[in-house]
Design a protein around this ligand. Structure first.
Ligand code: CA2
Length: 150
């Protein structure tokens, strides 16, 4: 059985590629999924790729990733980044390494986007690399777990 990476996306990321392309680019979430699956396949990993507009879903999926012994979680918490103690607590409660990803450089944007609760528990944070940040997170997870590409 291949190991699994959970790739979790927070609120409004279902709109990717359809609105505000000047900020978030023209790639859709389906394009992100294709990119991530290809990169993960290179390390022999399966992918659970999900998006929700509901905070509790993300909490449930982080707990699920732990229960299923996932190799790691790539998480774009989107609008929950600076508000969700529930997601922070879920990450703190599990042993699965979390790579936090933001498509944009949140530090170059409005100050209310700067202070991430998620970063307090994340193994690593990647921001400002566009959707390639998701693929970099997969590569970072592989490096961290000593996984070589196939
Ligand atoms: O840069 C990122 O990935 C963000 O996590 C995106 C969030 C934003 O609240 C964070 O500060 C940074 C917003 C996600 C909404 O995605 C949209 C995509 C296309 C059109 C409209 C919204």
């Amino acid at each position: 059985m291949p190991q699994t990476v959970y790739v979790l996306n927070g609120p409004n990321l279902n709109l990717l590629g359809t609105r505000e392309p000047e900020k978030y680019g023209r790639a859709t979430l389906a394009d992100v999924e294709t990119l991530v699956r290809a990169r993960a396949k290179g390390f022999g990993w399966a992918v659970e790729f999900r998006q929700s507009n509901h905070e509790g879903d993300l909490v449930d999926w982080i707990q699920e990733a732990h229960a299923k012994k996932a190799v790691g979680i790539v998480l774009n918490p989107a609008g929950f980044t600076t508000t969700s103690i529930a997601i922070l607590d879920a990450i703190l409660a599990v042993k699965v390494p979390v790579f936090e990803v933001h498509i944009t450089n949140i530090h170059a944007r409005e100050s209310f986007r700067h202070d991430s609760y998620i970063s307090k528990a994340a193994k690593a944070v990647i921001c400002g690399c566009g959707i390639e940040g998701y693929a970099l997170a997969i590569a970072g997870l592989a490096a961290m777990t000593g996984k070589r590409s196939k």
